[in-house]
Design a binder for this molecule. Sequence first.
Ligand SMILES: C[S@@+](CC[C@H](N)C(=O)[O-])C[C@H]1O[C@@H](n2cnc3c(N)ncnc32)[C@H](O)[C@@H]1O
Length: 263
Amino acid sequence: MIRNKSKWLDDEPEKNHDADNSGANSTYFGYQLVSQQHKARRVLKHFNKVAKQYDFMNSLLSFGIHHMWKRTAVRMLALKEGYRILDVCAGTGDLAILAGRRVGVSGLTVLYDFNRDMMEAGRAKVTGSDCSGALVYTQGDAAMVGFGIRNLTRMRIGFEEMHRVLKPGGKMMCLEFSKPMAPLFRWLYDFYSFHIMPFLGELITGSRTAYTHLPESIRTFPLPDALSLMLSEIGFSAVTYRRLTNGIAVIHLAEKEKRTTTE
Ligand SMILES: C[S@@+](CC[C@H](N)C(=O)[O-])C[C@H]1O[C@@H](n2cnc3c(N)ncnc32)[C@H](O)[C@@H]1O
């Protein structure tokens, strides 16, 4: 029963290679093929429902490990004082706060999200942090997205836009869920994802659907090699990835090509 519900993209390799695996106006919402407009509405509604408990649920469901993943991901960007950073799908701002600490008051961290409730839920945390500051954006030194790219109706366009707003030599970091490597661990993770998570989600946020969609959307997200290929096709160079916690989460790092002196 659990195995039926857990369908990773390497069970269907052709989908893994076409990472925006959908038709012209359709896209995946979990396992469901839906219209792009439908997905955007559902994602917005989903985060409206969970916004207030979002931080608490993250810590509960990940046993707090998401903090470690986020610290590792931001550390890998090797940010320096004065850098300008864009946090895409910033939500309640965890990555932005970590980046803000590194770039200091001479730097700038822009939080971007389409959900007001999520940003409000994190506002006190952001403004109360030791790195709150002005929010303006020009060409950036780094762009990052944490657990957000899965929600986009057109993920490739999302990455293309990050590539566009980066300055030459700027870095992109994507922290996202993926497939655990060890079969036994994966089995436990599947059980946890499809039984414990929806149960706790319903108990605490009142939304079982939101926490059923989560494991499904993780399984329809491209596996690390396919995502690396997409980033290279978009024009990123030096694409690498690192698995965390047996592959439950993966950090992709990439660079916008530096300009040659003749350009
Ligand atoms: C799982 S949360 C991640 C929040 C935060 N980055 C973190 O790591 O905790 C995903 C966020 O992506 C935002 N989001 C989803 N689709 C979006 C879109 N098309 N444009 C901007 N933000 C979007 C949601 O509103 C939500 O806040």
